[in-house]
Design a protein. Structure first.
Ligand SMILES: NC(=O)c1ccc[n+]([C@@H]2O[C@H](COP(=O)([O-])OP(=O)(O)OC[C@H]3O[C@@H](n4cnc5c(N)ncnc54)[C@H](O)[C@@H]3O)[C@@H](O)[C@H]2O)c1
Length: 452
């Protein structure tokens, strides 16, 4: 990676402003990624403006409130005292020195990348762009998005005929562009966000240097790569690595169940190897905004190059099948009690896509509930983070949380998400039958427990 060394007033000016905490930072998309990022900059004494099209979020923040479970109102209020404001008015973009985009990148109904949030945002920014500004995309996406999709819109639709800075040409009438993937692991309290190294790929060396300075002010380490595409691909490699390894343990779990071997015991033993093995754990299916979605961004893009990403497709097939495995395990467990799924009262414990977080996106619990209902089960659920499950992109359940009492009334208690708040000993004691998809009941010996 070449670092630009010649004096360049606009780059130096930008870096100076960062150092002096005079740079104004705009964060677009105040969700699970954008809001914590805005707070990090605010903690570091920057003046931050958050942009979101969801007026409810803007209003909540204006009142000093929070809509993300792990972010307290005190944190929002401290940021407000530091000058943090939220708005849906894109005209304020002009006043920003750096603009960081953290909008969603889902799949559409055909399992193809839906870049509409990125393109909508880019169309909104372009008319307010000015020379010297740095625009960074953080949303997870396929290699080429920043350069092939975002930059052309910004260049075509800005009002000053500005061009993105490329190569080592003088800055002049230019704006700067970079990609830097978000690597947060929600619910993981073992690594502070500032200790997660930040990968940065600039469209040219100056953009890389500016983005390095921008993130160097809140992260302990930045990792420059040669291009936005390399940074985009880095994020996908990380998530595909996870997706494929989870599929591997999910498949081996199915085999172990058939062979009467405890996969959790095996993973625990293999994890004692001091090198060459990293543990991944089986579960009821993939969830969250990232692992079930991101790999398909790459398999879609690969087709343009006449290339099939077979590992991704195979992993997708195995992981997608896991909720169906859970359904069939509930069926066999009930069968042993001379009951059928049809008409059984089933309590689903935990609906978040993983433990101790308030995120339902792509959660396997939603699929499992739908499958159970389709087969005639009377399903209730409990989750400390969700009093109600309404309508999402792919489901419309309209269910109210059931309190955790009188567990004996259910034919089956199905543990889908192993939240730490649950007293599993007590749950097993009270239930007639427990089907455990997460090994949450480890250490408890009882014939009522069925591992699946
Ligand atoms: N959540 C995670 O743990 C995580 C981790 C790593 C990467 N990512 C990636 O980060 C990106 C954002 O994810 P998230 O979880 O924060 O999503 P989110 O849905 O929680 O938040 C996105 C926000 O963007 C807003 N938005 C949508 N279109 C907009 C527009 N045109 N202008 C302004 N605001 C707009 C939405 O209203 C929402 O508040 C995604 O690409 C995701 O893959 C997420």
């Amino acid at each position: 990676m070449t670092t630009y060394t010649a004096a360049d007033p606009s780059v130096d000016q930008f870096k100076n402003k960062i150092q002096q905490r005079q740079a104004r930072i705009g964060i677009i998309g105040l969700g699970y990624v954008g809001l914590p990022l805005a707070l990090l900059y605010s903690e570091q004494k920057f003046q931050v403006t958050g942009f979101d099209i969801d007026q409810r979020k803007v209003d909540t923040l204006a009142k000093g409130g929070s809509y993300i479970y792990r972010i307290t109102t005190e944190e929002i209020q401290a940021a407000k005292a530091q000058g943090f404001t939220a708005t849906s008015d894109y005209a304020q973009i002009t006043a920003m020195d750096a603009v960081i985009i953290c909008v969603p990148t889902p799949l559409n109904e055909y399992h193809e990348p839906d870049l509409s949030f990125i393109t909508d945002t880019t169309h909104s920014i372009a008319p307010h762009l000015r020379a010297g500004q740095l625009v960074v995309l953080e949303s997870t996406t396929y290699p080429g998005t920043t350069e092939e999709i975002m930059v052309p819109i910004l260049e075509k639709e800005n009002k000053g005929e500005l061009k993105a800075a490329r190569g080592t040409e003088a800055s002049g009438n230019k704006f700067f562009v970079a990609f830097s993937p978000e690597r947060e692991d929600p619910g993981n309290t073992t690594v502070a966000r500032r200790d997660i190294p930040k990968v940065v790929g600039g469209l040219n060396p100056r953009a890389a240097e500016m983005a390095g300075a921008l993130y160097g002010s809140i992260f302990n380490r930045t990792i420059p790569v040669s291009s936005p595409a390399a940074a985009e691909m880095t994020k996908l490699l990380e998530n595909i690595y996870r997706c494929v390894n989870i599929a591997l343990v999910n498949e081996l779990k199915l085999l172990c169940l058939r062979m009467g071997i405890d996969i959790w015991e095996v993973i625990g033993a293999a994890s004692t190897k001091p090198f060459g093995f990293h543990p991944f754990y089986p579960g009821p299916g993939l969830g969250g905004h990232c692992i079930p979605v991101d790999p398909f961004y790459l398999s879609w893009k690969a087709k343009e190059w006449d290339f099939r990403t077979r590992f991704i497709e195979l992993a997708g097939e195995i992981n997608t099948n896991m909720p169906y495995h859970v359904l069939s395990s509930v069926g066999s467990a009930l069968n042993r009690h001379k009951k059928s799924v049809n008409g059984a009262r089933v309590l689903v414990l935990g609906v978040a896509y993983k433990k101790d977080i308030d995120d339902l996106r792509e959660s396997p619990a939603l699929t499992i509930i739908e499958l159970l209902q389709k087969d005639g089960a009377v399903v209730s659920y409990n989750d400390p983070y969700f009093p109600f499950i309404g309508k999402g992109r792919k489901y419309d359940l309209q269910m109210k949380r059931t309190e955790l009492n009188d567990l004996g009334q259910y034919d089956c208690v199905l543990i889908v998400t192993d939240h730490s708040d649950y007293d599993y000993q007590k749950i097993v004691q009270q239930a007639q039958l427990v089907v455990d998809t997460r090994n949450a009941t480890r250490g408890i010996k009882d014939v009522k427990i069925v591992h699946c």
